[in-house]
Design a protein around this ligand. Sequence first.
Ligand SMILES: Cc1ncc(COP(=O)(O)O)c(C=O)c1O
Length: 327
Amino acid sequence: MHSKQLLDTVGNTPLVRLQKINPFPQIEIYVKLEFFNPSGSIKDRIVKHIIEDAEAKGLLKPGGTIVENTSGNTGAAVAMMAAIKGYKAILTMPDKVSKEKQDALKVFGAEIVVTPTAAPPDSPDHYVNTAKQIAKEIPNSFRINQYDNLKNPEAHYLSTGPEIWKQTNGKVTHFVASGSTGGTVSGVGKYLKEKNPAVQIVMPDPIGSIYYDYFKTGRIEADRVCAYQVEGVGEDHLALAMDFSLIDEMYQFTDEDAFTMARRLAHEEGIFAGGTGGANVWGALKLAKNLEEPAVIVTVIPDNGVKYLSKFYNDEWLKQNNYSLNI
Ligand SMILES: Cc1ncc(COP(=O)(O)O)c(C=O)c1O
C-alpha cells in the first residue's frame, strides 16, 4: 500500500467548477479548495516551503524553535509542522484573539504568548515586536516573517500557480484573489503571467484596507483605514510579499459582500468557506459580469467556514453586529 506522510499532502488541492452561483453561461468559474490542506488552509504551502528552505540553509536546526506573530491560519500551519518535525513553536498574538483560536494552536503543543491588543506598533509589547524579540533571544530560533519573506510568494509560484495551470489545461484567463501578505496573488500571478502574459490578475480588497488606494493612487490614505470584520485579508501596512506590478485590477468589497457570498456558497454549492473565500467568489462574479468574451476564471477558497461558526455563520452574531444579509 502506498502511504504518504502528512506533509506530503500539502498542496495538490482540488479545483471544482461552480455549478449554480455563476449565472453567466459563457464564463467558467473554478474554485481551488485550499481547506483540503492538512492544517486546514492555504498557509500550509508557504510554511512548508519556508521551513524546508530554512532547514536547507542551516537557519533552522534539529531541536530549534519556530517563532511567528500570528493567530490565524499561519499559526496553525506552523504549530502542525513543528509537531511533525520535532521543533518547538512559539506564536505571539494580541489578546483580542478568541480563546478558541488560542486553544487550537495549543492542540499541537505550540506555546502561545499573548500581548495587549492596545500596544501600539512601536511598543515592545506589540505582538510583532514580541515575536522579533523572542527570536532574537532564543538560540537556534527562526521567524517565518510571512509578510516580508519572499519565500512566501515563491511557494505559490512553485505550487499553487503550476497546479492551476495544469488543472485548467492552460485555459485559465483570469485569477482572482484577495490578499493579506499578498503571497498568494503575487506568486500565482507571476507564474500564470509567465505562462501566458494575457492572463489577468484581479484582487478584491476590503473597504478599510490600504491596498486598494495604494493600487489606484500610489499613496497610503491613512485616514481611510478603518475596521472591517472579514478576517485574513486587507492590510494597514505594505508587505514585501505583495507585488502590485502583477495586479491588473482591484475591487473594493464590504463585509456583507463577503459574508453573503460565503453563505450562498454553502447553501447553493455545498462549499463551506471562510469569509475570504466568499470575498474571492464575489470578486470572480463581479469580474464575470463585466466580461463579454468566454473566460475561465480561477479563484481560491483559502480556509474552512468552521472557524467562523460563531461569527458570520451565526444569525445572532449578525444581528448584534447590525448585518442584514439576504440569506
Ligand atoms: C483566511 C485567509 N484568506 C486569505 C489570506 C490571504 O493570503 P495571502 O497572505 O497569501 O495574501 C489569508 C492570509 O492570512 C487568510 O488567513
